[in-house]
Design a protein around this ligand. Sequence first.
Ligand SMILES: [Mn+2]
Length: 295
Amino acid sequence: MNRPWRGFETGKPAESDLLIMGVPFDGAVSSFRGAAEAPARLRKLSAMTPPVSEEGIDLRGLVIHDRGDLQVDPEGSSYFDTVREEALELIKKGKFTLFFGGDHSITIPLAGAFAEHYYPEPVGMIHIDSHCDLMERYEGVQWSHACPQRRFLEQENAAAENLALVGIRNLEVEEMEFLQEHPSITMITSRQFYHRPRTDIVEQVIKAMKGVEAVYLSLDIDVLDPAYAPGTGVPEAGGLTTREVIEFVREMILSLPVKAMDLVEVAPPLDHSDITSWSAVKIIYETFAALVSSE
Ligand SMILES: [Mn+2]
């Protein structure tokens, strides 16, 4: 296990406000690897970050239990079973749970555990990513990092009308057709994010989560423009700014029952001056501040 999340008190799970687990797996990527190194890198940078939000919210009162990293099993399918079991144990504690990837395939077992815990109550998904990740298979693999939202929709208590895709600017033909067949999926493209007032977008996503018991927020760092996040496997030009993502995530935390979140596809070996990892740490700290503010 890497050293625990720093800069905060750590507590036992029962008395913690927030739970963290790292899933350092990048065996399902279609391009360059490196996301497995993210949990250790983010923890290291967090040790250099003061426990105060950018607006002066004191984060020291936030009691965090860092479960550490799950050891990776080279046998992918049984590893996902382990991820799902371990995630379920954390989610059961009823606290806000934050997972660090790893590549985006880890959302498959994580969101699976999330849906299982809340079953039969409906669960919602906010997927913030330049890609839809709605492929049935990618390069023949159902567990690819291009498939997590397709797998999510297979959960019995998940529905297309409670799935919101935000920041999209890269579509496979199959995904375009799937979206045409499922018009109840909310999609906010990067262009819409650029042109429309943010309050409208926030309102639209809140509406999509109407009636759900719990919301899972999945954040792929490649939603950011490569200027803000060059260190990722599939950088996609024309993206969001770090500021936009911080503000959007904050609005989601303040407005919706977001109970779990993952942050995936940060790839330290592909990064420059830790720009991408620092962007991730900034988003995490401002998410913590939103959690403190929402109490
Ligand atoms: Mn992506």
